[in-house]
Design a protein. Structure first.
Lengths: 264, 186
């Protein structure tokens, strides 16, 4: 036991004249701790000789009166047993806000609950939102193309299909593996070169301007959009995007030729 | 001044809490229509072969007016969707089974059946083309028979109940195709 611990224990003693066996052992061999003990014993003896004030009941009453007559410096509504009007008003104000908050939450929750649309039963026939919108859209284009032999309607359906593919590439350029983008670029090329341009040739002259001009514009938009995107995408995604740009530009060039033929 | 500040803060908190509650109350009530890019990429990975068949088929359909060729393309597309559906049933992928069944049903009713009907009306009875058409139609009907057997085999699994409903729908779609042939026979 070192001196610091011994002196701490000495301070804790109720009666310094009886330090106990373990402390006594240390004190026998430590003059500095014995000095501390001696001072403590002197203090204890001095306290006993201090005079006690007379008429304690009167003094206590005077003390309480003096305390009550003093102004409250910083009233706290939660610690005063008799709150002033001001502190009471602040207390009620806070409770009012808490009440308003609770009421608002309840109201909004009820409105939110009321606005909820019931979830449809997970039955096949009731499912309206497709799991893969791209697949659903491609299925619809295929159905459209199976039901028409009219070149103008085919051009419309093929333009839609080309847009589906380019939009899909645009959305997935940053996340899809390069091979999937290459596949989409190849399909885009098939749709534009083999499908769209060949059908555009079949469109009657009188319909060309009205039908093919928007198609050409869309191809230009697609090329511009994907060219900008190609500068930002990860390595591997850039090449298929550039292929689509080339296909779209080539498609636009061929359709512009058809439009020029009409004029000449 | 302090009461005004307290009041303003109170309004701000109530407003914020109201917005958060509204968001929390309605955020999950509406299904998300557009999947996230990562989800779309995963879907494309799964549907890669199917997308290829559909697009190739669509381009092919746009380039031919031959009725029998058109039935042939539609039949091929129907078969590719049916194959994917069969695999989804075997994998117990309920969500994909539902999705593909919807597409298969749509293709049979709105693509294959009208094409068969168109071909039946154009083809001379007793011709070789008629025999080919009947053969193609039988192939399409056979696809649903295969699916029916799979549905039976997986009746006791977690997707068993869904499969009953799906097969009911596909049987109706097959009737459309059969009807398309019979209608022209009269």
């Amino acid at each position: 036991m070192n001196c610091q611990i011994v002196q701490q224990k000495l301070l804790e003693l109720e009666d310094p004249s009886q330090p106990g066996k373990r402390l006594a052992e240390h004190l026998r061999s430590c003059p500095s701790c014995r000095t501390v003990l001696a001072r403590l014993q002197a203090l204890e003896a001095g306290v006993r000789t201090l005079p006690v004030a007379g008429q304690p009941a009167k003094a206590k009453a005077a003390c309480i009166e003096r305390f009550l007559s003093q102004p409250i410096v910083s009233p706290s509504p939660f610690f005063t047993s008799q709150p002033s009007k001001r502190s009471l008003s602040i207390t009620l104000g806070r409770w009012r806000w808490a009440g308003a908050l609770a009421a608002s939450l309840l109201l909004v929750a009820l409105v939110g609950w009321g606005l909820r649309t019931p979830r449809p039963k997970p039955e096949l026939v009731q499912q309206t939102v497709p799991a893969d919108p791209f697949l659903a859209s491609v299925v619809e284009r295929q159905i459209q193309l199976s039901r028409t032999t009219n070149p103008s309607e085919r051009v419309e359906a093929l333009t839609g299909l080309a847009n589906d593919l380019s939009n899909q590439v645009q959305q997935l350029a940053r996340v899809a593996p390069g091979e999937d983008l290459v596949m989409l670029a190849r399909l885009y090329e098939r749709v534009v070169r083999v499908g769209l341009v060949k059908q555009a040739v079949q469109v009657p002259m009188v319909q060309r301007q009205q039908l093919l001009k928007p198609v050409a514009d869309e191809l230009v938009r697609c090329a511009t959009r994907l060219e900008e995107l190609a500068a930002e995408v990860p390595v591997g995604a850039e090449e298929p995007l550039r292929e689509i740009v080339l296909t779209a530009r080539e498609g636009n060039r061929l359709i512009q030729q058809l439009l020029t033929e009409e004029h000449s | 001044v302090s009461r005004v500040v307290v009041g303003q803060r109170g309004f701000a908190w109530v407003g914020l809490a109201a917005l958060l509650s509204l968001w929390a109350g309605t955020a999950h009530s509406q299904p998300r229509v557009t999947p996230l890019p990562a989800e779309q990429a995963a879907s494309l990975k799964k549907n890669r072969a199917l997308v290829q068949h559909l697009v190739e088929g669509a381009v092919e359909l746009s380039g031919t007016n031959d009725v029998l060729s058109r039935v042939h393309v539609c039949n091929r597309i129907t078969a590719s969707v049916a194959k994917e559906l069969q695999e989804a049933i075997q994998a117990g992928d309920a969500k994909r089974v539902q999705e593909l069944a919807i597409h298969l049903s749509g293709i049979m009713e709105r693509s294959l059946a009208p094409t068969v009907r168109e071909a039946r009306q154009a083809i001379q009875p007793g011709s070789k083309d008629e025999a080919r058409l009947i053969l193609l139609q039988n192939v399409a009907v056979g696809l649903t028979d295969n699916l029916e057997r799979s549905a039976q085999a997986y009746r006791e699994t977690a997707i068993g109940n869904d499969l009953q409903e799906i097969m009911r729908r596909l049987r109706a779609s097959r009737q459309h195709v059969e009807q398309a042939t019979k209608l022209a026979e009269r």
